[in-house]
Design a protein around this ligand. Sequence first.
Ligand code: NAP
Ligand code: COA
Length: 263
Amino acid sequence: MVTGFAGKTVFVSGGTSGINLGIAQHFARCGARIFVISRDPAKVTAAVQGLIDLGAEADGMSADVRHYDQVAAAMDRCAELFGEIDILVSGAAGNFLAKAEDITSNGFRAVMEIDVLGTHHVMHAAFPHLRKPGACILNISAPQGSVAMVGQSHVCAAKSGIDMLTRALALEWGPKGIRVNSVSPGPIADTEGQKRLVPNPAAVEERVNAIPLKRMGTLNDVAELCAFLASDKASYITGAIIPVDGGTTLNPTPTRMAQFLED
Ligand code: NAP
Ligand code: COA
């Protein structure tokens, strides 16, 4: 485990479940103070209590990343409680499996607004509170940002948008001492994302068989990469899209997912 996050402040959007909560919990175990946001107040309360139970100073707020004023209020509250933000994780996202011709304007907009506009909101609203120099931003992407997948046109558009935001902000904010990277998890076991993309045991088996390393990832696989990227050991890494996907990006679409188009 990478240690040494004592006294650091970590803000995680979408940090109340799944992969993002796993990242928040990992930083909590490494001594950091954590602030999480998501829409559902009950999820926020449960996540914050869980982080406190791990021994961390933690707080959170209900906020929808599509609404700038809500994100800005959460950043202000985090900075008021915990000071400058050292590590900013933008992980809120939306996904569902749908053929392009079945995605309504509102469905496409929902995913673009949560993922792309939301990531802009999170980075923009955090900017006055980011430690300069020294802050590290981790945008949670996906293989869909780099390779096409069937039933995922909206997510491909959204995650590739996030990856370009990562590169553009790394370019603009590098001189201020802020590093910006994307972390791109492959299929992670027991997550909402996988329930939506591989909804039955046969699809799970096929998904796993298509992964070069022949297993789904774990929450810890993603959290360990985030901890490395946020550490001094990664102080020369910025503007990178870093997979933690068992090689999924090399072989993105299992046959059954491709057959989804025929059904
Ligand atoms: P998840 O548990 O559903 O996490 C999504 C989080 O975002 C939840 O905390 C959700 O909480 C929050 N959220 C959703 N819409 C929001 C909004 N408009 N404003 C604020 N918060 C919002 O799903 P997950 O599978 O762990 O995915 C987490 C991240 O990993 C996502 O960025 C996803 O694209 C990425 N990823 C996942 C996988 C995978 O295998 N699961 C693979 C690659 C990438 P509320 O409902 O309370 O808002
Ligand atoms: N196929 C096609 N369209 C779908 C869909 C599906 N499976 N699920 C939702 N949509 C469409 C809806 O029909 C709606 O469009 P319409 O008004 O034209 O009918 C649009 O998406 C918005 O849905 P709504 O439920 O009103 O939006 P929301 O803002 O409450 O939720 C989602 C956003 C749809 C992304 C929702 O799935 C969500 O909240 N996801 C967060 C959790 C998540 O996705 N976790 C996994 C991350 S990888």
